[in-house]
Every structure is written in C-alpha cells, then in structure tokens.
Ligand binder design. Structure first.
Ligand code: FES
Length: 626
C-alpha cells in the first residue's frame, strides 16, 4: 500500500503502519506535541482519497471530522491513500527563532574584564628532524621541544600518538600542537596539525534546547562569530516536552534514537557552516554544549529516567570533558567537548550559562533571572548568593494544551487589542496574512485584554452576554478572536484555555514568591529582572503584569536577554576564566524543590486569579480597574 501526499511524495506503507509513523520514517515531521499518543490533537492531516482505520479522533471538532481531517498518529490506512498535510501541522524551522545579537559578543565578553582565552590553545613548533646521532623517539623529540617552550609534563593519549608520526613527517617536522590547559604541569596534548593545510582555529558553541538547536561557529583567535545556524530539535517528533522525551528514552528504549536525533541536528548545522566557509573539521578545535539537564543527559547518552522520579536526582551535574569523536560530532575527533554544568534535575546548564550571561552573579543588586518555557526556571540572587527553582508551567505558552495554540512562527497571532466599546479584537499575525493559531504572547495579550474589558472575570470565567463574540463551543464557552468562515476555522480562546494559562502563570509567580520569601525578601527587593528564552522576547511586560505573571515592579527593571544559553556557551568557549565562573555559578546555586514547600501551594492557590487574590501586590493593575 502507498501513502501519497498532495505535494507528490510517495511513501510505501508497512503492515498496519499509522500515517504519522510513515511520514516520520520518510523524514517528514508533523507537530506532535504528545509524541503520537493521540492526545494533543496537533498532527492533523486531510484524507483526500482512500480509507483509514481511525483509532481515535481525539480533540478534533465535528466540523474537522466532516472535512475528512484525521489525526495522523491515530489513523492506519486500509487502502492507498492521498493525504494533504495541513499547513499548521507541518514542522518547519520557524522564522522567529530568537538568536542573541551576535555582533557585539566580543565586546560583551571583554566587558567581563577578560580576554579571548579559550581553554584549548595552539602553539607552532619546529622540531629538528631526527638523524643517526639525534635518534630519540618522535614523542621524546616532541617533549624535548615542548620543555624548551615551558610546556612540561604534558599528557599524551593513545589517540594523539597514533597519528603523530605521520603528521610530523608529512609536515616536515613543523607542526601546530593543539593542547589543553598547557601552562604549568597538567597539560594535555590534543592533536597535531600541518600549519600549511590547517591553520585556522575555530570552535562551536551549541545550545541544545528542548525545541531548537542553535550553533555559533566562532573564530577562537578573535572571538568573532563566523556564522550561526539553527534548527528545530528533531527529538520533537518524539514529543514536545522533556517529560515525554524521558519516557521515550526509558520506557520506550529510545535513548540512542533521541541522542542520534540531536547529534544529527548539530552535525547538519556544523557541516553546512563548514561548507559555507570552507572550513575543515580539523580546524574546529573544541565545542561547548549548554542544555537543560535532560538534554545534557541525552546528549551524553545517559539514561535520564531518575530526573522524573522522586527524589529527582540526575546522574551528573558536572560532566567530564568528552572528545568530538566519542560524542560523534563532525569536528576534529580529538577535540575536547565541554558541557556547561547543571544544578539539579530541572535547572540545567542552560540556566548556569544564562546566569553567567546576565552577570547577576557579579553584581550586588538583587536580580531575578527567568527562562520561561514548559518549565519556568528561576534564579534569584547577587554576587553573594544564588537560589534557584523550577516550576512546571505546562506547555500552553508553547502552543500545546490550548485549543488554537501554536508556536511563535508564521501565522501565529502574537498580539491582541480588544476595543472596550465594541469588544472587537485587533490582532497582529507573525509574518502578516491569515492567522492559523495563537502563540504565547498572543495568549497573554488576549487574556489581559479580556480581563480589562470585562469579557472575563477575576477567576477567568466568561461574563455571558457581554458580547456575541462569547459563544458556546464544543468544549464550553469560548471567545472568538478571529472569524474565519472561508477556512471554517475560527481562532478562539476557550474557558479551559484561559484556565490552563492562569495555572501556568500562577505557577511561575508562586515560584518567584516562594524563592524570595525563602531568603526573606519581597518583590520590591528585585532590582533587575532578566528574561531569557525565545518566548521571553515577545512578552509585553505590561500585559504580563496585568495577567499576574510578572511582578508589578517598574517596567524599566525588566531586561530581555534573548537566548542566554547560547550566549553563555559562547562565553565558556572563548574564555577559560568564564568557564570557571560558570562552574562556580552551578556549584554555588542553592536549589529548592518547590513541590515540598507548603508555602508554594498556598502562593499558587492565591495566584489563580487575575492578577491575584491580593490586589495590593498589583497596585498598578488595581488603579487601572478603579
Ligand atoms: Fe497525534 Fe499528538 S495527537 S501527535
């Protein structure tokens, strides 16, 4: 049997294979938030011809079913089928992946008072060729010259010596030695290269996000970014969030598959960057990886199972150095691969890198760092102390668990303004044109606007009769943000969606309050708020305060940092001193497990209102409501 696509691809089907699996096998990825379990309702396709055994229609509406729309993961073809993949179901690299501003990064690094000084160094050496009278071994010859240059007691691995003789001779005894921590006594020789053919020094900084993978290719001599690349993390096809991936890695036995997926992503980017700039693998001397604890474990091929089981203990927080070849990266196989250390199961190397990038650990003012995604990771502190916690916000701000939710890519409603007289919404769509769904920032805008205009009450319940945009939908009351009669697909926010979003914002706010009260501070003590992560870039602070998601403190205290994980990875790549600082940050941070704090639950319950049950915590919102 065959699965044909309206875009002309043809896939031979295996026995009783569902459409989602067949597409995945052919390298065509659908949005699959639940990893193919039939619960997210995102993998929609339209059957144009042929018949399927439909196991479940999941969240599909009656109208969608009548239009022959099915869930790919729940549908097994019974005959040859012709299928159209709906635009919103196809996983594409988004045009809104946040990349930190790269051109000022060298200056930014220098603002730490350090120079470009990667842990991996290179030295040019000329060896006297051996003769009958000077007949010591190749390695003794190399050691003798290194001693003369002050590089003593260096270690030489088998990988190093196995290629040494050939390179020494082919380069006529003039070589470049790449080595690690060579000053003093404990250096390690990494590899030899011929300066004629391999004289440029590069490194890669990698951010392994749950959703995206970002790579910076940097010149290790100047610190300049040569190029950047990014893609969706292909582990997405196994599920959207870390928990689904952990389950797949452990119960599904898919650890190697997940590891291969992300390593392939990194290599695809690195290979294309090398090709674009005519760089050889031997010219990439090192790599630095930052990711959350689960992503770091999977990259290392470590079973992440214990991360999700009480008492939530990771296998490693501080990772030993690895070699490019062992990690299967397409860089020099001998190159050291450094992983930014993690703090706890749900506070990873991306947060240690982020705190490093924010500089909050160097300043006396009390600052709050937050990375908002499926998990809200929070760090509070200054140059004397750092505390951290993570709260589960659910995937709604990333587009899942919300009826018309989608990621912040083309076609997503990203901002909303509701006319207080007519209740007509004015929407902005990413990329312009026809809206296909609503992303996190659009949700924050919509709910704060619905609250200010009285469409919903403090509990997030719709006020019936307020406007004819409130209607009865298949899942209860809903507000129509955009009427789309032509495509038969209105963009709505349901009462259940509002409830999910309120729960997510309540978890974040309660996390911040609990962490602060642990150290005896209140919200007013926060002098700076650093917001990291792609989603953070598009948050309208004022609206997020109205929602009760962010503390009601002056707007000028909020700083949007973009992808701080990749910035921190870059800093660790280019400076040995800053790498040590990242290690220090991770060791110094005190992690608190919010789920065991009774006060967290109390704070959470109080925050399940708009903006909060205690309006004195939101004075600017209270004054707007008067
Ligand atoms: Fe098919 Fe979630 S419903 S992947």
């Amino acid at each position: 049997m065959e699965l044909r696509l309206t875009s002309d691809e043809v896939i031979k089907l295996k026995e009783r294979e569902d459409i989602y699996s067949a597409l995945k096998r052919a390298g065509i990825y659908l949005v699959a938030s639940c990893g193919g379990k039939g619960t997210c309702g995102k993998c929609k396709v339209k059957i144009v011809e042929g018949e399927c055994d439909v196991i479940s229609y999941g969240k599909l509406t009656q109208k969608e079913r009548e239009s022959n729309i099915i869930l790919a993961c729940q549908s097994i073809p019974k005959s040859d089928v012709l299928v159209e993949i709906l635009k919103e179901s196809r996983l594409v690299v988004g045009d809104k992946i946040a990349i930190a501003r790269t051109k000022d990064l060298v200056e930014y690094l220098k603002s730490y008072g350090v120079d470009i000084n990667p842990a991996v160094k290179r030295i040019y050496i000329e060896l006297p060729p051996p003769t009958i009278s000077d007949n010591i071994s190749d390695l003794e010859r190399l050691k003798r010259t290194l001693n003369e240059k002050g590089l003593r007691n260096m270690r030489f691995s088998h990988g190093f010596v196995s290629t040494m003789a050939e390179i020494l001779r082919s380069s006529n005894w003039n070589v470049e030695l790449t080595y690690l921590n060579g000053e003093g006594v404990s250096g390690e020789a990494i590899f030899l290269t011929d300066p004629e053919s391999c004289n440029r020094r590069h490194g890669i900084a990698v951010d392994i996000g749950t959703t995206t993978v970002v790579v910076y290719l940097a010149n290790l001599s100047t610190g300049e970014i040569v190029d950047i690349g990014s893609t969706y993390n292909s582990q997405m096809r196994y599920g959207d969030d870390v928990i689904t991936r952990i389950v797949y890695a452990t119960e599904g036995g898919g650890l190697n598959e997940l590891r291969d997926a992300v390593v392939t992503d990194i290599n695809t980017i690195v290979n294309s960057l090398m090709e674009r700039h005519s760089i050889e693998a031997c010219e990439i001397d090192t790599a630095t990886i930052a990711g959350n604890t689960t992503m770091s474990h999977i990259f290392w091929g470590l079973n992440p199972g214990s991360i999700r089981e009480e008492p939530y203990i990771p296998t490693l927080n501080h990772f030993p150095q690895w070699k490019g070849g062992t990690a299967k990266l397409s860089i020099n196989p001998q190159s050291p691969v450094y992983t930014v250390p993690c703090v706890a199961s749900y506070v990873g190397g991306d947060i240690a890198a982020g705190v490093l990038a924010s500089k909050m650990h160097r300043n006396p003012e009390i600052a709050l760092f937050m990375d908002i995604g499926t998990n809200g990771e929070i760090a509070i502190g200054n140059n004397e102390w750092l505390m951290t916690a993570a709260c589960s916000m659910g995937p709604c701000f990333e587009g899942s668990g919300v009826r018309c939710g989608m990621r912040a890519t083309s076609g997503a409603v990203e901002s909303v303004k509701i006319d207080p007289e007519t209740y007509e919404p004015a929407i902005n769509v990413i990329g312009g044109g026809h809206p296909m769904g609503i992303c996190g920032s659009g949700m924050i805008d919509s709910i704060s606007e619905m609250f200010l205009t009285g469409v919903i009450d403090q509990k997030g319940k719709f006020v019936k009769g307020k406007t004819d945009r409130i209607r009865q939908g298949e899942e209860g009351l809903e507000f129509v943000l955009y009427r789309d009669e032509a495509h038969n697909k209105d963009i709505v926010l349901t009462e259940v969606d509002v409830e999910n979003i309120i729960r997510a914002k309540a978890a974040l706010y309660a996390g911040i309050k609990t962490l602060l009260s642990e150290v005896g501070f209140t919200m007013d003590a926060i002098e700076k708020v650093y917001i990291a992560g792609g989603f953070g870039n598009y948050i309208n602070v004022e609206r997020a305060i109205i929602l009760g998601m962010l503390p009601d403190i002056p707007k000028e205290r909020f700083v949007f940092m973009g992808n701080t994980s990749i910035t921190g990875a870059y800093l660790c790549l280019l400076s040995e001193e800053l790498r040590r600082e990242a290690e220090d940050i991770a060791s110094k941070m005190t992690y608190i497990e919010l789920s065991v704090y009774r006060s967290f639950m109390d704070e959470y319950m109080s925050a399940l209102f708009l903006p909060h049950t205690d309006m004195s915590q939101f004075p600017t919102v209270a004054s707007r409501l008067k």
